[in-house]
Structure formats: structure tokens, C-alpha cells
Design a protein around this ligand. Sequence first.
Ligand code: 5GP
Length: 120
Amino acid sequence: MPYDTSNIFARILRGELPATKVYEDDHVLAFNDVAPKAPVHVLVIPKQPFVSMDDFSRIAGPEEVGRFFKTVGEIARELGLAENGYRLILNIGGHGGQEVPHIHVHILGGRPIGPMVMVR
Ligand code: 5GP
């Protein structure tokens, strides 16, 4: 699937839509999820245009991928989540339940997050 430059997170990156930013550097932006599923629910995205973990892990180099995941861990620590723990969720494509086609990691914490996968 080609990258859709009109997706919501691309628009947030361009400053066309508002977001409550919690972290930003040259490579990464993190902001609060608009519909939080936990007391802390932050989305972390690379600034480069990747659709999902699939193209990110195929196209981006190990330095870029490594830097991204190191930054996710740093953000979680800065949010005060490391001591009690937290959950990362990375949805990929249709079966993964990905709604926004710009790769994003969910950081969820602030209370026990519950079963690993919702059963319904
Ligand atoms: P996905 O299902 O793609 O893994 O997660 C997409 C997430 O983006 C959802 O948790 C949803 O609440 C969040 N989201 C959708 N639109 C917006 C928006 O305009 N702003 C922010 N901050 N989050 C959004």
C-alpha cells in the first residue's frame, strides 16, 4: 500500500491538525491519543512516511529502527511508566486493526492494562 500523505498523522506532522505533543525531536513525534484507552495513552510516530511496521522494517535501516524503539522506551520512562510497567501496541494492517496508515506505537499505562489481547 503506498503512503497516503493525507492521513491524519501526516496532517498532524505538517501542523495542519492539532495534537497534544508530549515529545518531539528531529526523527520522532509523540502525542496523546484523542480517545485514550488508559490514563496514559500516547502515540509515537517516526517523522518519515512509513505506512506500518511492515514497510518500516523492510525499508528503514537498523539505525533508524533502533533509534525509534530506543526513543519509545525513553518516552515511557519520561512519562513515569517504567517502574509499574506499561504496554506497547503496534497494529499492522487489516487483521492487526490498524486504522491510521502511518506507523505508530501506542504506549498505554497508568493502571493495569488487562488481558494481552481483547477477546470478543
Ligand atoms: P490504530 O487502530 O491505527 O492502531 O490506532 C489509531 C489511534 O489513533 C486510535 O487509538 C485513535 O484514537 C487515534 N486517533 C485517531 N484520530 C486521531 C486524531 O486526530 N488525533 C489523535 N491524537 N489521535 C487520533
